[in-house]
Design a protein around this ligand. Structure first.
Ligand code: GDP
Length: 325
């Protein structure tokens, strides 16, 4: 397949080409990698940028319902919306499949929307980091907003936070008055916390939860790239579609502020640097799985197991051997 032609088709807005292009960047075949890199480079040359919004939440908080309602609101306002899923395989058994089109019924049929479910064999550090390239392809295809959905299990948020411009944490109302065990690290990444299900019987609990999190966010160090009032916690109801317009206005205000103050460009530059390092690290790890390193690892491992070499000495041998390659 000619990557220049494929990139052109993506830029021209051909949705099947976009789907094919994403499949190519997700491919684990070594001979596809160079093609994928060329493809993404051609696509990036179009110079288009979208607002990349990361959305994280545990199964059941209402991610699909929210994306359906929020996405339809954006589409109604004339924006083109892409939805991608970063799915740590470990979370799959416990919850819904991310980006499941049947659960985003209207959005999946909207001509201005594109939904890409997570690949079935997703692996952290593997396919997940390819999501960054999928985002670039969606940008090239002319989408204004790219929503990147993930389950809140720790590692996937870090990946998503390194891809997106804004990181949104979706929570459900808490029963008691305790914070719902949200890890501090995740709170620190969040630009906004949306407490969903603020409707009916759950409304009062949602408001209490919002106040708790607003307090917790306030205690966390305010980042220099945040304007006054951010990160903030607000209530929404995906089912009743309340609070969505306000949340969108907040997201835009934050994005505009960062653009005007140079933080937008800085963040993207830092992310690019992060992914460069990550690619090299993953590449080095992949070397260990190939000959001759694989054989050397096995041989040294056997010596360690037999008590002929200490683990530390064997590691030094191995690293020295790698350095000579
Ligand atoms: P996901 O697993 O995070 O994608 O969550 P879903 O979108 O599948 O929603 C899980 C459950 O919460 C479903 O039964 C939804 O109907 C319900 N739900 C989602 N959003 C809301 C909301 O705004 N209010 C109420 N009351 N229920 C909601």
């Amino acid at each position: 397949m000619d990557m220049t032609e494929l990139a052109k088709a993506v830029i021209a807005g051909d949705r099947r080409a976009l789907a094919r292009a994403i499949t190519r960047v997700e491919s684990t075949r070594a001979d596809h990698r160079a093609e994928a890199v060329a493809l993404v480079a051609h696509a990036r040359a179009a110079g288009r940028q979208a607002l990349r919004i990361g959305l994280s939440g545990t199964p059941g908080v209402g991610k699909s319902t929210f994306i359906e309602a929020f996405g339809m609101m954006l589409v109604a306002s004339g924006l083109r919306v892409a939805v991608l899923a970063v799915d740590p395989s470990s979370a799959r058994s416990g919850g819904s499949i991310l980006g499941d089109k049947t659960r985003m019924d209207q959005l999946s049929r909207a001509p201005a929307a594109f939904i890409r479910p997570s690949p079935s064999q997703a692996q952290m550090g593997g396919v997940a980091r390819r999501s960054r390239e999928a985002v670039a392809l969606c940008e090239a295809a002319g989408f204004d907003v790219v929503l990147i959905e993930t389950v809140g299990v720790g590692q996937s948020e870090t990946v998503v936070a390194e891809i997106c411009d804004l990181f949104i944490l979706l929570l459900a109302p808490a029963g008691g008055d305790e914070l719902q065990g949200v890890k501090r690290g995740i709170m620190e990444m969040a630009d906004m916390i949306l407490v969903n299900k603020a409707d009916g019987d759950l409304k009062a609990a949602a408001m209490r939860t919002r106040a708790d999190y607003a307090g917790a966010l306030h205690l966390l160090r305010r980042r220099p790239h945040d304007p006054e009032g951010f990160p903030k916690a607000v209530c929404v109801s995906a089912v009743e579609t309340t609070g969505l317009a306000e949340a969108w206005a907040d997201m835009q205000a934050l994005a505009d502020w960062r653009k005007q103050n140079g933080h937008w460009t800085t963040r993207r530059a830092q992310q690019a640097r992060h992914w460069f390092g990550e690619e090299v690290r993953q590449g080095l790890l992949a070397v260990l799985d190939r000959e001759p390193a694989k054989g050397a690892m096995a041989a040294l491992g056997a010596k360690v197991a037999a008590g002929d070499l200490s683990p530390e000495a064997a590691a030094l041998h191995m690293l020295a051997a790698l350095g000579r390659q």
